[in-house]
Design a binder for this molecule. Structure first.
Ligand SMILES: Cc1cc2nc3c(=O)[nH]c(=O)nc-3n(C[C@H](O)[C@H](O)[C@H](O)COP(=O)(O)O)c2cc1C
Length: 193
């Protein structure tokens, strides 16, 4: 009886180890599939929070990094959301506003996947993100939005971006807290595929 139990127990441990190994190699395979894709992490950040998340995301995905820099930088007064006449308030009230961007991506055609990061402004993507999306041909590419915010989630950001890039596949994306870890970002990024 004792011997049977011992054999059973050893068998179970062996099977457990096999399952664990299979799990590891599946994850490794997933990561390989993703690394075969050419990835760009693009971002706009007015006060550095999204920049920090974007840098971590680029690091863990092995992506190129591109900052969506406004031609005219936002001052503190521009960012005052309590002031109805501030630049950001005026831009966000006007769905056709397209703030200019200072630099261009040299060759967007080489990327398969483009992460687009931004701070949530008035429950959605800032207008400069709309400028960015309209500036390139995203046909047949995957766009994955990500954001930081006080508390708001993504709102209609993904749907808005999809309308501006109808031939891209735009994922729902995710809002992250400012102190999100590299581990969490990596797991999320690899889950997308
Ligand atoms: C004009 C403006 C509007 C904002 N609107 C929202 C909002 O609707 N919901 C929210 O949770 N946070 C809002 N925030 C806070 C930012 O999303 C948050 O501070 C973000 O992490 C800043 O990112 P950044 O440092 O990359 O610019 C707003 C900030 C600004 C300047």
């Amino acid at each position: 009886m004792k011997k049977t139990l011992l054999i059973l127990f050893t068998g179970l441990i062996f099977l457990g180890c096999l399952a664990l190994l299979a799990g590891f190699s599946a994850k490794e395979k997933d990561e390989k599939i993703m690394t075969n894709k050419k990835i760009l992490v693009s971002y706009f950040s007015a006060t550095g929070t999204t920049k920090n998340v974007a840098q971590k995301l680029a690091l863990v995905t092995g992506a190129d990094l591109f900052e969506i820099k406004p031609l005219k930088p936002y001052t503190n007064a521009d960012l005052d959301w309590r002031d109805e006449q501030s630049r950001s308030s005026l831009e966000m009230k006007d769905s056709t506003s397209r703030p200019q961007i200072a630099s261009k991506i040299e060759d967007i055609s080489k990327y398969d996947i483009v992460f687009v990061g931004f701070p949530i402004w008035w429950y959605r993507e800032p207008s400069i993100i709309d400028t960015f999306i309209e500036s390139y041909d995203f046909s047949n590419k995957i766009i994955i939005p990500f954001a930081t915010s006080g508390t708001s989630l993504m709102g209609d950001s993904a749907q808005n971006i999809q309308k501006l890039a109808p031939n891209a596949k735009v994922f729902e994306g995710k809002r992250f807290p400012s102190n999100v870890s590299e581990e969490v970002l990596k797991d999320w990024a690899f889950e997308q595929f």
